[in-house]
Design a binder for this molecule. Structure first.
Ligand code: AMP
Ligand code: GLY
Length: 758
């Protein structure tokens, strides 16, 4: 034998699992020479052509090449007795003997052993070849769905999970024609793979992995050798507990018999509602699970294998990195039925920083890499968490191509669900939602009156409107709106109350310009995350504005939407319904050339133009007050939208008021024409009212044309009245604050704009 750090190591096999093993052995400081047989087009090391189950061939290869250690990949080699033959010639071989490999190669044996050792599993019965009548009788008497398994090795194709009685019967018939059969009660639940390194006495469990056996996404379609895997899987059981239940009893059993089990023992588990249950034992690393597990283990694989063979595993600290790994298998066209081979493979040369590419069904033909079997290559991505590992894997998959290539896009799809234990772990906190309702009840109550039959907390608000009988012809006027990206500034600075006033007042003004007074308001608040105090604060702003407008806050909705809204962000919207007698509906007819426009001040940008404002002022700290501002920028920006209801109440029914225009998004330019009859235009004198400091400041900063600015911001005018010139003074005198004549109506010339700014 060579000196300890000069070992010649042989790997038996040709799949992704064996490539992953070879990759780790190649990194080992204990190995100076790596051999593989039969290998594939991507495995490192010296390649030989001896088949894995050619026991004499492998014995001579080991003798000729002075092999010190053999790592056996596939079960067929173990079942053929490779380990037994090698140990008689003094070559260390990692894996169980032929007799112990029966735990996989005979399902009858493994089920009976598990039952004998009291290992939890499904009810089952085994039958000899040809005994299909007995098998049918057992199934009938069980009176439950079953799974039909050929006892012997069938390369993953010996198990039928029937969908119905006819399929069950056919499967029993077919399986009994082949050989011994095991029938098992069909269990339900997610599956996982528990693998342990064993030295005959000690078993060291590796992180739980999950295979994806079906060909189709969402786990549909035919069984395959495995379409992908990930680890670690979060399961509601401790790893040691699972090992104590499913692995250690087997190891102890064989130790008692004096035939120690060495190598990997693999327990396929189903996590049923009643607890974990054994589906099968395998006597080797699972594939593709090994490809992810070997990416997580940081301990030298050669050191581990030597310790397993020599019974010294206890002295080795098998360490796994605190990261995740995801394997995505790329298969050939027509896999798993009749995989197409011989197609050139491109894009596998550079593994990538956070990925490994393991070959399974590739070979070199005249220097060109081509497909040679169904599972062509596997990309294993690693990362600090599962989603990063997954992203790395899929990003690398995109760079690989061959004719008819296929892979599942859903590897690890069950993981997000299993790591959730409550709705709140998905980011939605029902308790916080309930606390919110408690907090806002009080402020909402201030808007209530005797007509409210059902308010906040009901499925729907209910309002008694018998008072509408007093109206000649009551007309309902409704408006729904939002407050735009002003909410972003509010969220950023934590000053959210004003946005509640904004939404209500915006809606009040919208129904007001049709002559209507508000009746009730319904709000909607959505955020990435509900914070009861924050929501209550917004709603208290709404309540204050509602109360001031004699409007009932009749109901609302709070939605917690992580992943839809950015962290910390929120949005609000609302619907307001008002009422007006039809005879008082605005605008009134008779808007003509010569009528005057009377402007009433806004008290800020109200709810419009914030996307522009936020951009212009992006790098200015919000607490500064550069001239001509007389207060901190943020105060000017967050000043709530004012309501014009109370100030306009004295003139609302005055027939001399022809129209009201709420200056919202689109500014004077877009909003004025909304009340103009055909053929009427307006000339607005933009020097006729004093510009508030914020608008002056913005105007001094931008190079936008005047029209563009006045199309985006209200520029200091939030409401406009249309009156005949002879009534202007009288109407102005009825308004309890300063107003300005800001323009005059004219006929619209052909092709000329409806609003001309001067
Ligand atoms: P096996 O090779 O015995 O693990 O079976 C292959 C696949 O068949 C398993 O991964 C399961 O998806 C399914 N299967 C096996 N046994 C059962 C069972 N008793 N109940 C439900 N599904 C099973
Ligand atoms: N991945 C399942 C197996 O290797 O048997």
């Amino acid at each position: 034998m060579s000196t300890p750090n000069q070992l010649t190591v042989l790997i038996l096999g040709s799949g992704g699992r064996e490539h992953a093993m070879a990759h780790r052995v190649q990194q080992s400081l204990l190995c100076s020479r790596l051999l593989v047989t039969p290998g594939n087009g991507g495995m490192p090391g010296e390649h030989f052509r001896v088949a894995v189950d050619d026991v004499p061939g492998i014995v001579s290869l080991c003798q000729e090449e002075k092999v010190d250690l053999v790592l056996v990949g596939p079960e067929v080699a173990l079942a053929a007795g490779v380990v037994d033959a090698l140990s008689t010639i003094g070559v260390k071989a990692f894996g169980p003997t032929k007799q112990l490999a029966e735990i996989e190669s005979s399902k009858v044996y493994s089920r009976e052993l598990a039952a004998q050792l009291g290992i939890p599993g499904p009810r089952f019965a085994s039958f000899d070849k040809g005994a299909h009548q007995l098998a049918m009788a057992w199934w009938k008497q069980l009176d439950a769905p079953i799974v039909v398994k050929q006892s012997g090795l069938a390369g993953g194709k010996g198990v039928v999970v029937p969908d119905n009685a006819a399929e069950t019967e056919a499967a029993i018939f077919d399986a009994c024609a082949v050989g011994q059969v095991v029938l098992e009660e069909m269990l339900e639940g997610p599956e996982c793979s528990l693998m342990a390194l064993c030295d005959g006495v000690t078993a060291v469990p590796l992180p739980i992995a999950q295979d994806h056996k079906r060909i189709g996404e969402g786990d549909l379609g035919a069984n395959t050798g495995g379409m992908g895997a990930y680890a670690p899987v979060s399961v509601p059981y401790a790893l040691d507990e699972l090992s104590a239940t499913f692995i250690q009893p087997v190891i102890d059993h064989f130790a008692r018999l004096g035939t120690p089990y060495k190598g990997v023992l693999y327990a396929g588990l189903m996590l049923t509602k009643e607890g974990p249950r054994l589906l099968e034992y395998n006597c080797r690393f699972g594939d593709p699970e090994a490809q992810v597990l070997l990416s997580l283990i940081s301990t030298d694989l050669v050191e581990i294998a030597l310790a397993c063979v020599s019974g010294t595993l206890e002295s080795v600290r098998v360490q796994t990195k605190p990261i995740s790994a995801v394997a995505v298998v790329m298969t050939a066209a027509q896999y798993p039925l009749t995989p197409h081979i011989g197609d050139q493979i491109l894009g596998v040369d550079d593994a990538g920083l956070y990925t490994n590419i393991f070959h399974g069904g590739t070979q070199k033909e005249n220097g060109i890499l081509v497909t040679s079997a169904g599972r062509v290559v596997t990309v294993v991505g690693v990362g600090p968490d599962l989603s990063t590992a997954r992203r790395h894997a899929y990003a690398r998959v995109d760079g690989i191509s061959f004719a008819g290539s296929y892979y599942r896009r859903d590897i690890a799809w069950r993981a997000p669900a299993t790591s959730l234990t409550s709705y709140s772990s998905a980011g939605v906190n029902i308790d916080e939602g309930n606390r919110t309702v408690e907090l806002l009840k009080e402020s909402v109550a201030t808007t209530s009156n005797d007509n409210v039959l059902r308010g906040i907390g009901s499925f729907g608000g209910a309002l008694n409107v018998s008072f509408l009988k007093e109206f000649e012809e009551p007309v309902l006027v409704a408006s729904t709106d939002g407050v735009g990206t002003k909410v972003e500034l509010a969220a950023r600075t934590g000053r959210v109350r004003g946005t509640g006033m904004d939404i209500v007042n915006h809606c009040i003004n919208d129904v007001l310009v049709q002559g209507a007074r508000p009746l009730f308001f319904l709000d909607y608040l959505a955020s990435s995350h509900i914070n009861a105090e924050m929501v209550a604060e917004v709603v208290s702003g709404m309540s204050e504005a509602c109360a001031a407008g004699d409007c009932v806050l009749l109901g609302g909705e709070t939605a917690e939407m992580p992943g839809v809204y950015a962290p910390g962000a929120f949005d609000i919207a609302g619907t307001l319904v008002g009422v007006v007698d039809k005879k008082d509906l605005l605008p009134r007819p008779g808007i003509v050339k010569g009528d005057l426009l009377i402007g009433i001040a806004s008290n800020g940008p109200h709810t419009n133009g914030y996307s522009l404002l936020r951009k212009i002022l992006e790098w200015l700290p919000l607490d500064v007050a550069p001239p001509p501002l007389t207060r901190p920028l943020i105060d000017a920006l967050l000043e709530p939208h004012r309501s014009y209801l109370n100030i306009l109440t004295p003139i609302l029914k005055d027939p001399r008021l022809k129209a009201l225009v709420h200056i919202t998004g689109g500014g004077l330019v877009e909003n004025l024409p909304r009340v103009f009859p055909e053929g009427i235009s307006a000339a607005v004198d933009i020097s006729s009212w004093p510009k508030p400091p914020l608008f002056e400041f913005v105007e001094s900063l931008v190079s936008l044309g005047v029209d563009e600015l006045y199309r985006t911001l209200n520029m200091g005018i939030g409401m406009v009245l249309v009156v005949a010139p002879e009534n202007a003074q009288h109407i102005q005198s009825l308004i309890a604050e300063e107003t300005w004549v800001i323009g005059v109506l004219d006929t619209q010339g052909p092709g000329s704009p409806q609003v001309v700014l001067r």
